[in-house]
Design a protein around this ligand. Sequence first.
Ligand SMILES: Cc1ncc(COP(=O)(O)O)c(C=O)c1O
Length: 449
Amino acid sequence: MPSTVEQVRLDLPHIAGPVPGPRAADIIARDNAVVSPSYTRGYPLVARQGSGAIIEDVDGNRFLDFNAGIAVVSTGHCHPEVVGAIQEQAARLIHMSGTDFYYEELAALAEKLAAIAPGAVPRRVSFGNSGAEAIEGAIKLARYATGRDKIIAFYGSFHGRTMGALSLTSRKAVQRAGFAPFMPGVVHATYPNPYRTPAGQDPDRYAVECVKHIEDVILKTIAPAEETAAIVVEPVQGEGGYVVPPKIFFDELARVCKANGILLIFDEVQSGMGRTGRMFAAEHFGAVPDIIAVAKGIASGMPLGATIARADLMTWPPGAHASTFGGNPVCCAAALKTIELLERELIDNAARMGTYMMERLRLWPARYPMVGDVRGLGLMIGVELVRDQQTKEKAPKLRDRVVDLAFERGLLILGAGDNTIRLCPPLVITRDQCDFALDILEQCLRATS
Ligand SMILES: Cc1ncc(COP(=O)(O)O)c(C=O)c1O
């Protein structure tokens, strides 16, 4: 039997004509006339089909996808084993509504998620359809289980666009502008970015100080400890720029939470499901969150979100929380197969390919003056571009230019944060594809200097 990786296309990009080609241009014009203008399309890619890390557009151009549908298609586009599981399930039972009826796929997936969640803690699982819904479930459960209303989140975070999740989000003004009032009781704290510590301060010390501010100021003033239900944190800040804080940050957060009866919620929507080379990013830090929100990579592109909680917290009564579609049988089947492939081979591949790329990327700040920082875990890698390595002045326009140039050369990447290039390919990526992506990126950096 071919390995998990060998079952998908392993070839390299080929740009046959100008992009966008005529078919793409036509679809973009139709889309522009009727689709919400709130979508943030950067370059004009019109996807038609995909396999592994290769996406073909409607004009026959082939691209290497280093976005994975924004960290979603963990097993690659249309992995045959995932497609098979979806087809088999769809032919048998598409929907039943887990809110009111039983089916085995829901129980099996909850068992699996409870078993793989960090820490030897009994868990229960509630299902929704997206990352935002997984966060809504976490917020509601934290309030319900503690009887407290305040929530602490972090600047630069992205937790989704529904009203509760948006109230925690503090990534870009445009995401909140015009939508007030937000959910009351949310307070934001500083997320320790090791590359941007004040006046060259040691990253560990800075991380400790960030938590001290929560402990000594926030919990003693605007969010009194006895009123605070939870601290919600991304273990690796995703939309905020692929920022990896020091381990001590999570040790300290756990200490403060434990001392004050506050729940620690990890948003693993982007960092979870094998992307960082471990099933959950929490494992890199030895963290055991009380509640974990997952979505994106969980079902290889089928819409599914899950709130995984300590079993002794998830005691809310029938009717307190549920979703008609959440955890429908087809999404559950896709998730079970996805997790099987992750455990069989793909988490290891993510760790290996991440290390492989990092060995090369690590040399870039010395080689390219516009590369300020390179960081990441597994296949969650950020390359931060600056105007000056000394002042660290951000270079957002340069970053956007590199993203566009890469597209013209057949590499699909996106930004994260104001000035960082995000590399989050599917976990089926090969060495040749990694080499291709980094070669193209180097060409683009040289073309802009
Ligand atoms: C960390 C994190 N949480 C939550 C979300 C929201 O997920 P969704 O778009 O599925 O609602 C995202 C989406 O980018 C995310 O990156």
